[in-house]
Write a protein that binds this ligand. Structure first.
Ligand code: ATP
Ligand code: MG
Length: 570
C-alpha cells in the first residue's frame, strides 16, 4: 500500500523546478490557466546546441501544458547581416520539429511602444537624459563593493528631459552624445539598478525598421517589456540574467503593465567545443572551419549537415534535464545517444575507405555471385539485399599486415580471413611496387565450400572483414571528423586563446573510397552504417550525383574513452 502511493506521487510529480512553478501557477490560477512561453534569439549568429536546449524547453513546456510558444527575434541592435541569421534560425527551429504558428515577432516591432513607455517613465520622474561620456559613466557607476555617484544631469526637469529625448529621436545629436537612463539607485548593491541605460543614439540602419530610428533600446530595456506586450506568462532565460530580474521587475511595476514571471536555468554546455556566438563567428571568419554549417561546429546547421538527427538533439536536451547550476555535458554521452538511434534505424552497407586490390586467382574470371546481405541485424523488417562478388575485390589497407602483430585476426601472408557475406580467402602472394616498395595488390585463393550461410564447411576463422567487388564499386569521397578541440573546455583557459586548442586532426578527407553498388540511388537524408567504420550520410552541400561525398556522423565506438582512460592510469 505504502509503496503504491509513493509510486503515484513520483508519477505525478513535475520532473523539474520550472514545471513545479508552472503547475503551482496553474493551481493558483495566476495567469487564468494560461502557459505562454517564447524563444528569444538575437539574430547575430547561427543557433547552436545550447539554443536547442532552450528551444526544446520553451516549445516543450507549451506543448505539455496546452499553451503557446512564440518566436521573438531580439533585434534591438542594428547590424548588417541579420536577415541571413533570421532565416537560418527559423530553418533550425523547424528542423528540430517545432512550430510557432503565426507568432513570429520582433522586438523591433515594439520600438514605438517602448518609446511611449520611456515617455511615461520620464513623466513619472523615473528616467532622465544624461550627457556624461562613456568613460565618465563607467567611473560614476562605482564597483560591486563601492557605491556609484549620481550624474550631475540626474535632476533635470521633466520638461527638459522630454524635450531632449524627443530631439534624440529626431536625430539632433550624434552617437554617444546623450543617453536615456532609468532613475533608480546609484548606491544599489545590484549594479544593474545603478541608473541603467535605456536608449543609445546610433545613426545606423536596422534590418527591419530601416532608417526610421536613430535611438535604439538596450536589451535590458526591451526584453521584459517585449515579454509583457506578448503576454508571456513564463519568461525562461539562463542564469546570467538572475541579477537583471530586479531591474525587469522595476520597469514592469513602474509602467504598471502585465507582469511575466522570469525563471532562470543553467546553460547547456558541451565538452570539447565552444558555445558563444562570438567565438563561433571567430572560427568562421578566421576560416578555422568551413562556415557556420561546418560539420564540426556545435551549430544546429553543422550538426544537421554532419547527419545528427533532430531526435537525438531533442533527446539529449530531455535527458539532461533542467538544472540550476551550470554543468558541462560530456560529448561522449551525446554521441552514445546518436549511436543508439542510428544502430536501430540505419541500413548496413560495405564500404572500403583505403582500397587495396585483391585478386582471387582460383575464382572464375567472369563469374558474378549474387550474395545475400542483411540490411540491419537489429531489425529483420529492413530486409535483405544482393551483393555482387567477383574475381577482383577491394579490401581496406588496414585489414592487411605484412607482418601481423599477435592477435591480428585479419589478412596476412599465408593467413585466412572471412569476407563478410562471402567466402574465406587465403593470402598467397603480396605484390609490391618495385621502386617504392608499396603494396599494390594481393593474390588470394578462396575456398568455395565456405560460402556464408551455406553451412557446407566446418572451417572457422577468427576475423571477418568488409570488401567491395571492384567492377561493381562506386567511387566516393569520405570525410572523417574528430572533435574540433583537443581539450574539454577550450574557452576555460585564461592564459591561452581558445583557438590554440583547435585539434589539427579534426578533419580527414579520403578520396577514392569504394562503395558497394546498392548505394547508387541516394537521398541526402539517408544515413548508413558502413560496417566496421561508423555511421555516415551524404554531405548536403558538396555531394553531387557525379561526385559523392560522405560525412562520418559518428564512429562505432568512443575512441576517446580509451585515450582518456589510458592517460588517467599513467
Ligand atoms: P551566445 O552566448 O551563444 O551568444 P546568447 O544568450 O547571447 O548566446 P541569444 O540569441 O540571446 O544567445 O539566445 C536565445 C535564447 O537561448 C536565450 O533565451 C538564451 O538564454 C538561450 N541560450 C543561449 N545559449 C544557451 C545555452 N548554452 N543553454 C541554454 N540556453 C541558451
Ligand atoms: Mg543573449
Amino acid at each position: 500500500m505504502e509503496e503504491k502511493s509513493n509510486n503515484l506521487k513520483s508519477v505525478s510529480k513535475p520532473s523539474n523546478f520550472i514545471k513545479e512553478i508552472i503547475e503551482e501557477d496553474l493551481r493558483t490560477n495566476k495567469y487564468n490557466g494560461r502557459v505562454h512561453t517564447r524563444f528569444p534569439p538575437e539574430p547575430n549568429g547561427y543557433l547552436h546546441i545550447g539554443h536547442a536546449k532552450s528551444i526544446c524547453l520553451n516549445f516543450g513546456l507549451a506543448e505539455e501544458y496546452n499553451g503557446l510558444c512564440n518566436i521573438r527575434f531580439d533585434d534591438t541592435n542594428p547590424t548588417k547581416e541579420e536577415a541571413e541569421y533570421v532565416d537560418s534560425i527559423k530553418e533550425d527551429i523547424k528542423w528540430l520539429g517545432f512550430d510557432w504558428g503565426d507568432r513570429e515577432y520582433y522586438a523591433s516591432d515594439y520600438f514605438e511602444e517602448l518609446y511611449e513607455y520611456a515617455i511615461k517613465l520620464i513623466k513619472k520622474g523615473k528616467a532622465y537624459v544624461d550627457a556624461l561620456s562613456a568613460d565618465e559613466t563607467s567611473k560614476y557607476r562605482g564597483t560591486p563593493t563601492e557605491p556609484g555617484k549620481e550624474s550631475p544631469y540626474r535632476n533635470r526637469t521633466t520638461e527638459e528631459n522630454l524635450d531632449l529625448f524627443e530631439k534624440m529621436r529626431a536625430g539632433e545629436y550624434k552617437d554617444g552624445e546623450l543617453v536615456l537612463r532609468a532613475k533608480i539607485d546609484m548606491s544599489s548593491p545590484n549594479m544593474n539598478l545603478r541608473d541603467p541605460i535605456m536608449y543609445r543614439i546610433r545613426h545606423e540602419s536596422h534590418h527591419r525598421t530601416g532608417n526610421k530610428w536613430c535611438i535604439y533600446p538596450t536589451y535590458d530595456w526591451a526584453h521584459g517589456q517585449s515579454d509583457s506586450i506578448e503576454g508571456i506568462t513564463h519568461s525562461i532565460c539562463t542564469l546570467e540574467f538572475e541579477n537583471h530580474r530586479p531591474l525587469y521587475n522595476w520597469f514592469i511595476e513602474e509602467l504598471e503593465i502585465f507582469h511575466s514571471q522570469q525563471i532562470e536555468f543553467a546553460r547547456f554546455n558541451l565538452s570539447y567545443t565552444v558555445m558563444s556566438k562570438r567565438k563561433l563567428l571567430e572560427l568562421v571568419e578566421g576560416k578555422y572551419v568551413n562556415g557556420w554549417d561546418d560539420p564540426r561546429m556545435p551549430t544546429l546547421s553543422g550538426m544537421r549537415r554532419r547527419g545528427y538527427t533532430p531526435k537525438s538533439i531533442r533527446n539529449i536536451s530531455e535527458k539532461k534535464g533542467v538544472a540550476k547550476r551550470d554543468a558541462v555535458i560530456d560529448i561522449a554521452s551525446f554521441e552514445h545517444i546518436i549511436r543508439e538511434e542510428l544502430n536501430k534505424s540505419t541500413k548496413r552497407v560495405l564500404v572500403v575507405l583505403q582500397p587495396l586490390k585483391v585478386i582471387i586467382d582460383n575464382y572464375p574470371d567472369d563469374k558474378i555471385d549474387e550474395l545475400d546481405a542483411i540490411n540491419n541485424p537489429e531489425d529483420p523488417s529492413m530486409g535483405k539485399r544482393k551483393l555482387p562478388f567477383s574475381k577482383i575485390i577491394y579490401i581496406d589497407k588496414d585489414d592487411f599486415r605484412e607482418e601481423p602483430p599477435k592477435k591480428f585476426y585479419r589478412l596476412a601472408p599465408g593467413k585466412e580471413v572471412r569476407l563478410r557475406y562471402a567466402y574465406i580467402i587465403k593470402c598467397e602472394e603480396v605484390i609490391k611496387d618495385p621502386t617504392t616498395g608499396e603494396i599494390i595488390e594481393l593474390h588470394c585463393s578462396y575456398d568455395k565450400n565456405t560460402k556464408s550461410g551455406s553451412g557446407s564447411s566446418s572451417k572457422k576463422v577468427k576475423g571477418t572483414i568488409h570488401w567491395v567487388s571492384a567492377q561493381h564499386s562506386i567511387d566516393a569521397e569520405v570525410r572523417l571528423y574528430d572533435r574540433l578541440f583537443s581539450v574539454t573546455n577550450p574557452a576555460g583557459d585564461k592564459e591561452n586563446d581558445f583557438k590554440d586548442f583547435i585539434n589539427p586532426n579534426s578533419l580527414q578527407v579520403i578520396h577514392n573510397c569504394k562503395l558497394e553498388p546498392s548505394l547508387k540511388e541516394l537521398k541526402t537524408i539517408d544515413r548508413f552504417q558502413f560496417e566496421r567504420l561508423g555511421y555516415f550520410c551524404l554531405d548536403s552541400v558538396d555531394s553531387k550525383p557525379n561526385k559523392l561525398v560522405f560525412n562520418r556522423i559518428v564512429s562505432l565506438r568512443d575512441s576517446w574513452a580509451k585515450i582518456e582512460k589510458a592517460s588517467k592510469t599513467h
